[in-house]
Design a protein around this ligand. Structure first.
Ligand SMILES: [Zn+2]
Length: 202
């Protein structure tokens, strides 16, 4: 399965965990999404889904759930990383924390870089939602697989050429089950996700 491993060159500085207070809101919403099984694990144990929030409202660094944490029923501060910068052309990602950042971090990063007002991004997996939304909402190119520079560029293209900055929901044709939402707050991103989930999950 093409899932769960890091494709970028991670320049990772291992540090102590970040403060529980800094991660509290992010972890609360991560738990809600996990309980819907939109973040979770496949039968083979490979985890899917990730969630992030800007560290400071006007700066690009963002906290994100760590690599291979989708399968965990509860996350602790030891499970979150801070992404400081990305260089898409070089396929490099600079992060800090007790764990390396999620394999999908580059896709989160380009949303924060392109839309300064966005504060939170959530990536989930759901087969029916994905099928229902494919090409009825902005859709990344079929050849772009998860966690690659090509995916990052495909997302930037959607942000610049479609109504996506307003609708804040897209699917990834080259990453089966993959859906992304974002918002000007975690609550907004979650509300958009929940509405889509309730419409397509049955
Ligand atoms: Zn995924």
């Amino acid at each position: 399965m093409d899932e769960g491993y890091i494709k970028f060159d991670a320049i990772w500085v291992k540090t102590d965990p970040f403060g529980e207070n800094d991660l509290a809101q992010l972890n609360t919403f991560r738990q809600k999404v996990f309980e819907l099984k939109l973040i979770g694990a496949y039968d083979n144990g490979i985890g899917y889904g990730n969630i992030s929030q800007r560290q400071l409202p006007t700066k690009n660094p963002f906290y994100i759930s760590g690599s291979a944490t989708g399968n965990l029923s509860e996350l602790l501060p030891t499970h979150y990383a801070l992404v400081k910068d990305v260089r898409i052309d070089e396929n490099q990602l600079f992060c800090e924390g007790p764990i390396v950042a999620s394999s999908e971090s580059m896709s989160h990063a380009v949303i924060y870089q392109t839309l300064p007002e966005v504060q939170a991004v959530i990536h989930v997996h759901h087969l029916n939602m994905w099928k229902s939304l494919l090409h009825s909402v902005p859709t990344t190119s079929q050849s772009a697989t998860y966690g690659t520079p090509e995916m990052a560029y495909s997302i930037i293209d959607l942000l610049q050429s479609t109504h996506l900055p307003k609708t804040k929901l897209f699917v990834m044709e080259g990453h089966e089950e993959g859906v992304f939402v974002f918002g000007n707050s975690l609550a907004e991103a979650y509300a958009i996700l929940l509405e889509a989930y309730l419409s397509f999950s049955t």
